[in-house]
Design a protein around this ligand. Structure first.
Ligand code: SF4
Length: 204
């Protein structure tokens, strides 16, 4: 029955993963609609209202992913964990696809994933249980306090979790130098810089 389960889909598209460990790898993005995290600098505010979008069956979503012939799927949002992703991920995995997730961690992570990018936000607390699921932690930095906050976030994840600091796109000229200085410190040495390469390339 999971093939008939529906999710509100804002868009699906083939591209490159622009950020983090898998930067530069071809990916088929599935963007679920719906988010109540409320980041002030969110660049996909049009995703917030799930009611604005059509509900699509797992059958059609997975069919599109298979047709793309891309081996890696990234489920993103919005906040995709507002939904139980088990039906969708079960079928994607059955099709032999690698399944990645991008989440703020504010909702329980339900589904089977090969890679989880956890990007906690100050605007809605990340669940304690979400930290333990992170393969990579990505903290968006828009000001100096975000660097302090990033340390608190890093203390919550497993030692094996990769740590990425990412300049907030609209503030990058302002914060990048401060971030580079931080990376040179003892505390900062465990972090890497994540750059939104797709935005520099002008692709989505
Ligand atoms: S969690 Fe993501 S989609 Fe939701 S408001 Fe924040 S940046 Fe936007």
């Amino acid at each position: 029955m999971s093939l008939e389960k529906k999710y509100p889909i804002m868009e699906v598209f083939p591209s490159l993963q622009g950020e983090g460990r898998y930067s530069g790898v071809q990916a088929y993005f599935i963007r679920l609609a719906g988010c109540d995290v409320g980041c002030v600098w969110c660049d996909v505010k049009e995703s917030w209202n799930a009611g604005d979008y059509k509900e699509v069956t797992v059958r059609d979503i997975v069919g599109g992913a298979i047709d793309s012939k891309i081996a890696m799927v990234v489920i993103t949002g919005g906040e995709p964990c507002m939904y139980d992703l088990n039906p969708l991920t079960e079928e994607l995995k059955s099709a032999g696809l690698r399944v990645h997730l991008e989440t703020s961690g504010a909702y329980p992570i339900r589904g089977e994933f090969d890679w989880i990018t956890l990007s906690p936000k100050k605007f809605k607390a990340c669940l304690y249980e979400s930290y333990g699921r992170a393969d990579e932690l990505k903290v968006v930095v828009a000001n100096k306090h975000d660097l302090t906050w990033s340390q608190e976030q890093a203390e919550q994840v497993e030692e094996s979790t990769l740590l990425y600091l990412q300049p907030e796109w609209s503030k990058k000229e302002k914060v990048t130098e401060m971030m580079l200085d931080f990376l040179k410190t003892e505390q900062g040495a465990v972090w890497s810089l994540s750059i939104q390469t797709h935005k520099y390339l002008g692709i989505r």
